[in-house]
Design a binder for this molecule. Structure first.
Ligand code: PLP
Length: 397
């Protein structure tokens, strides 16, 4: 018999103790990987609580309970990717249903809505979710949910979750928040009134650029039962070994987030003063329009920010000259990664929306890792310097 420790510890302790159970037989400190796909029934009509892996499996259940606890929800669901989590979630909606969605949105979510959910008759309107006139103007009697990313990626726009959730409640609309960038360590949308939280756990939760996973956390019995039904019926569930790998990463989330934040603030401030940089988009900076809301609704800042170069010609040589920072397409891991959103993560967003929000050919997104901050600054400095020399030399040819 394995007993869970039900004490109400602070989030750092909850994280470090994920899967730490009191297992009398071996005394194992962490929860094992149960690979079993089938579970023996004690007798006809009886179950241990586990019957078949897709419906429920022990290692995944420990992760799901931990996720629900961290996000202050009632149930957690671990999926095979962030996109699988989003697809499971969006399967709640059908013919004629309408969603209101953050304008500056992860490209894969936009693609799922526009190219797949549209086949099932689900439509979406993309607006600045802080603009209540815009929210009202697109709302219809068939609007079922408002889907928010805050901060958005890559432009780091902040939405006031509490305000939107109370507006949505009045109209019987669900509030869904993609909490990938802040994680429950810094922001807990359900405490602010959201009904559902979704994650690409591939990012900060896993944290080591080595596991693909998604999570959904629901508030309330009805929503939890609906998502449990979809999770099992669609079957895009997380494997036992990936569930273990994700929990292993999550144990150090608090330490990592503090360091990501520290490094990102230092580097964003350094870039602000740099002559090759036009703008830095980071809600930890006082001049950011979402600074006050972000301070109120979260306890810290993500390790990602974007910056616009003065000259688009710098982009290619900067990416080529970076040594410590990898030119790669993800975020949230211990290793620093630089992305070019217009041609990578946001290529599926139509040009007119990209122009409207400012995802242009001068914008780079930096997922700041946990390396020494001075090494990261030195790498950026040498890459920018080399790019400027190349561009100026070309200009003189
Ligand atoms: N949501 C956000 C904010 C993301 O950045 C991503 C991926 O980059 C996803 C969802 C999709 O997650 P995954 O890549 O784990 O499928």
């Amino acid at each position: 018999m394995i007993e869970r420790n039900e004490e109400n510890y602070r989030i750092e302790s909850q994280l470090a103790q994920i899967g730490s159970v009191h297992e009398p037989k071996t005394g194992a400190i962490n929860f094992p990987i149960y690979q079993a796909t089938a579970f023996r029934h004690p007798r006809l009509g009886q179950s241990t609580g586990f019957d078949y892996i897709r419906t429920k499996s022990p290692t995944r259940s420990v992760l799901e309970e931990a996720a629900a606890g961290l996000e202050q929800g009632d149930a957690g669901f671990a999926c095979s990717s962030g996109m699988a989590a989003l697809q499971t979630l969006f399967a709640m909606f059908g013919q004629g249903d309408h969603l209101i969605v953050s304008l500056d949105l992860y490209g894969g979510t936009y693609r799922l809505l526009e190219r797949i959910m549209s086949r099932f008759g689900v439509t979406a309107s993309y607006v600045d979710t802080n603009d209540f006139d815009a929210l009202e103007s697109v709302r219809t009697p068939r609007t079922k949910a408002v889907f928010i990313e805050t901060p958005t990626n890559p432009l780091m726009m902040i939405t006031d979750i509490e305000k939107v959730a109370s507006w949505a409640k009045v109209h019987g609309i669900l509030t869904i928040v993609d909490n990938t960038l802040l994680t429950p360590f810094f922001q807990r949308p359900i405490e602010l009134g959201a009904d559902i939280v979704v994650h690409s756990a591939t990012k900060y939760l896993g944290g080591h650029n080595d596991v693909l996973a998604g999570l959904i956390v629901t508030k309330g019995k009805q929503l939890s039962e609906e998502i449990a039904f979809l999770h099992n019926s669609i079957g895009a569930v997380l494997s036992p070994s990936d569930s273990y790998q994700l929990m292993r990463g999550m144990k150090t989330l608090a330490l990592r987030m503090e360091r990501h934040q520290y490094n990102a603030i230092r580097i964003a401030n350094w870039l602000l003063e740099h002559p090759a940089i036009d703008t830095v988009y980071y809600p930890a900076l006082e001049q950011h329009p979402g600074y006050e809301i972000q301070r109120r609704q979260s306890t810290g800042n993500t390790g990602i920010f974007s910056f616009r170069l003065k000259n688009a010609a710098y982009v290619e040589p900067i990416l080529r000259h970076l040594k410590l920072i990898a030119f790669a397409e993800s975020l949230g891991g211990v290793e620093s990664l630089m992305t070019y959103p217009a041609v990578q993560t946001h290529a599926d967003i139509p040009q007119e929306i990209r122009d409207q929000i400012g995802v242009d050919d001068r914008l780079l997104r930096f997922s700041v890792g946990i390396e020494h901050v001075e090494d990261l600054i030195a790498d950026l400095e040498q890459a920018i310097q080399a790019a400027r020399v190349e561009v100026e030399d070309k200009g003189h040819e």
